[in-house]
Design a protein around this ligand. Structure first.
Ligand SMILES: CC(C)(COP(=O)(O)OP(=O)(O)OC[C@H]1O[C@@H](n2cnc3c(N)ncnc32)[C@H](O)[C@@H]1OP(=O)(O)O)[C@@H](O)C(=O)NCCC(=O)NCCS
Length: 219
């Protein structure tokens, strides 16, 4: 009888997957959305130099018209040329292309430069105004976060969202980010003070108990 029970347990254990060395909650595969109307033929791919002008136009429109970024002046091509130059392990720059046009991009980059932050990446995503609301931000992030999950050198991901931004907060929540705090009135743009929400996506298998984390906080 004990032998029979043991056999049942062994048979029902799921086979291990090779997707991620970590146990995110949820994984990107768990929350992948089906294609939405208006996105037929959408291509998510690595950005190249020929995409810089389109990405710069998208970013600079956000600079001029929104608080989504705290830049106050258009950055032009130089900003994204710099991001492209630093693409490598954990640092990605992806574009979404629809009918031959770049309609958005997403990137991951160092959260802070000090070396103890090296396994922490900050992610962001920007779309043209006409591409929003069709799930394209999600498609970019599914590819980006899938790459980060598969990279043993990346531990946790941060997103800093100026408020209000319901679409961005919903997007990050769906993809497994948790809202860990709000900094009040840290930005001043378009005539008002702006809060930022800090969102974090942590591999749950690696969360340290609070007692182990206590101590002075680095800056
Ligand atoms: C934020 C952004 C990237 C989202 O991408 P998107 O493709 O438009 O988003 P989606 O269509 O996938 O919608 C994302 C979620 O927000 C929800 N949403 C969209 N617009 C919303 C709104 N106005 N209010 C509330 N929820 C909204 C959607 O229902 C969806 O929820 P779900 O994933 O639970 O179904 C895009 O809107 C954008 O580029 N905005 C300007 C730049 C910006 O704010 N970037 C983020 C900087 S942190």
């Amino acid at each position: 009888m004990p032998v029979a029970v043991l056999v049942v347990v062994l048979v029902t254990v799921p086979a291990p997957t090779a997707v991620s060395p970590f146990l995110h909650g949820p994984s990107v595969a768990d929350v992948r959305m089906p294609s939405r109307p208006g996105t037929d033929g959408l291509l998510v791919r690595d950005a190249g130099e020929h995409d810089i002008a389109a990405m710069a136009a998208i970013y600079d429109d956000a600079v001029r018209t929104s608080v989504a970024t705290f830049d106050l002046e258009a950055r032009g091509a130089a900003y994204l040329t710099g991001k492209l130059a630093h693409v490598g392990s954990g640092n990605h720059l992806l574009v979404a292309e629809l009918a031959g046009d770049v309609v958005g991009y997403a990137l991951s980059a160092p959260f802070r430069e000090r070396p103890a932050y090296r396994a922490t990446k900050e992610v962001s995503v920007y779309l043209t105004a006409r591409a929003r609301g069709r799930g394209i931000g999600g498609r970019l992030y599914e590819e980006l976060l899938g790459r980060l999950d598969a990279d043993p050198a990346v531990h946790t991901q941060m997103a800093v969202i100026a408020l209000p931004n319901d679409a961005s907060e919903a997007l990050h929540r769906r993809l497994g980010f948790e809202r860990v705090g709000v900094l009040r009135e840290v930005g001043h743009k378009l005539g008002r003070y702006v809060d930022t929400a800090w969102w974090q996506r942590l591999p749950v298998a690696h969360v340290q108990p609070a007692a182990e984390r206590r101590g002075g906080g680095p800056r």
